[in-house]
Design a protein around this ligand. Structure first.
Ligand code: TYD
Length: 224
């Protein structure tokens, strides 16, 4: 019997994920990019993990505010991801959109792997299964000094409550994942530039890479 993970999916869209420790400013960057890409005529969708579909948003509520066994936490993130992939990520990418996703598989490696200490290789396997082998075309690491990030973080959840030591391990996890697949990543430095400057930097990279990847990326402005 063929398993779900046996074959990697192919899509016509362009998939960008945003990663970083708490308070780096991912949401602001994503909002700015959504606006600029839309102005440039692209069909854009924005989503997040955990979440992005009704079931995954329910799982998010369970994960973010209750203590639990680290393995339970891991499986809940992967369960939310499987749901998100089927009902949000793949439809957007099959429709040829540029999809901007706030956190994805690298967060699981950084938080549950590096910071919580669960085995890296097991998480890679679960990530692969939940995503059917789909990898982001580009992953933006919004890097910040973890202590500064925690000071900026709004809307605290239980991961922020773990403090600077935990966030420092999370950052180490992102750097490890980047080292394993450097071509997929671009790093921008949150503390040193304004959100607008950061958006310019990432926009330039997307505009350079996205159309080259696939000619069928959907342009909406030319219609009508
Ligand atoms: P959120 O409030 O969205 O945080 P942020 O704005 O920093 O993205 O909460 C998501 C939290 O879930 C965040 O603390 C990181 C954590 N997380 C994991 O631990 N593992 C994962 O696989 C994902 C996707 C997120």
């Amino acid at each position: 019997m063929k398993t779900r993970a046996a074959k990697s999916v192919r899509t016509s869209g362009y998939f960008v994920t945003f990663e970083g420790t708490e308070g780096a400013g991912k949401s602001t960057l994503i909002q700015l990019l959504e606006k600029r890409l839309t102005q440039a005529g692209f069909a854009v969708a924005v989503t997040r993990e955990p979440g992005g579909t009704p079931v995954a948003e329910q799982i998010r509520k369970v994960i973010l505010h209750q203590e639990m066994d680290p393995w339970t936490e891991l499986f809940l993130y992967e369960a939310a991801r499987a749901e998100h992939l089927t009902h949000s990520v793949l439809p957007a990418l099959h429709a040829g959109k540029i999809l901007l996703c706030d956190r994805f598989t690298d967060s699981t490696l950084a938080y549950q792997g590096q910071a919580r200490g669960l085995p890296w290789k097991v998480i890679q396997t679960l990530n692969h299964t939940a995503t059917r082998g789909l990898k982001p075309n580009l992953t933006v690491l919004l890097d910040i000094d973890p202590a500064k990030g925690l000071l900026r973080a709004k809307d605290p959840n239980r991961f922020e409550a773990e403090g600077v030591k935990f966030q420092t391990l999370v950052r180490k996890g992102f750097l490890k994942s980047r080292k394993e697949d450097p071509k997929r990543w671009m790093t921008v430095h949150a503390g040193k530039h304004s959100p607008e400057e950061l958006a310019d930097e990432v926009l330039a990279r997307i505009l350079k890479a996205a159309p080259a990847k696939n000619a069928v990326l959907r342009k909406v402005r030319s219609r009508g």
